[in-house]
Design a binder for this molecule. Sequence first.
Ligand code: CO
Length: 185
Amino acid sequence: MRNKTIFSCLLVLVGALALAGCTSSNDEPAKPSPAPAAENKPAPTPEPAEPAEGPPAVQAKVVSNVVELGAGDDMKFNANEIRVEGGKKVTVNLTHLGKLPAANMGHNFVLLKKGVDLQAFALRAMNAGETQYIPEGDEVIVHTKVLGGGESTSVTFDAPEPGTYEFLCTFPGHFAVMQGRFVVS
Ligand code: CO
């Protein structure tokens, strides 16, 4: 008798639990899944443009501060970086490795002082044909004459203060490609 009562109680209890569970799962409205975040994000901001690094450095051959620099009919220097030691003389030997005459494919070496705007300088230089494409002013540390194919020339000067300078060919239309860094350590 007592056992049966307990059993009955258990049944009722189990039933109630089952009912409760059933009710609970039926009545509880399915929670709406969280709405996807409104797709109104601002457009991704473009990556900040890296300053143009330019082509990889090609070192000019330098032995004892004597620089060997060449340029050919392809309108390129064979190096875009020259490294020399400060506090000494520097000699730049420039050789035109091509065959075209200076009137068509002239090359020179022009080393600019720090802070000179290379492009603005080169655009002025274009109109200075009577002075070897070196315009009036004090922007230039040193320069060579303009060479044609097969010619070579040399210039010797005191290394400027340690730092990074720019060099170029000022023959009209060449500076965009024919330029490089001149680094004094
Ligand atoms: Co040139």
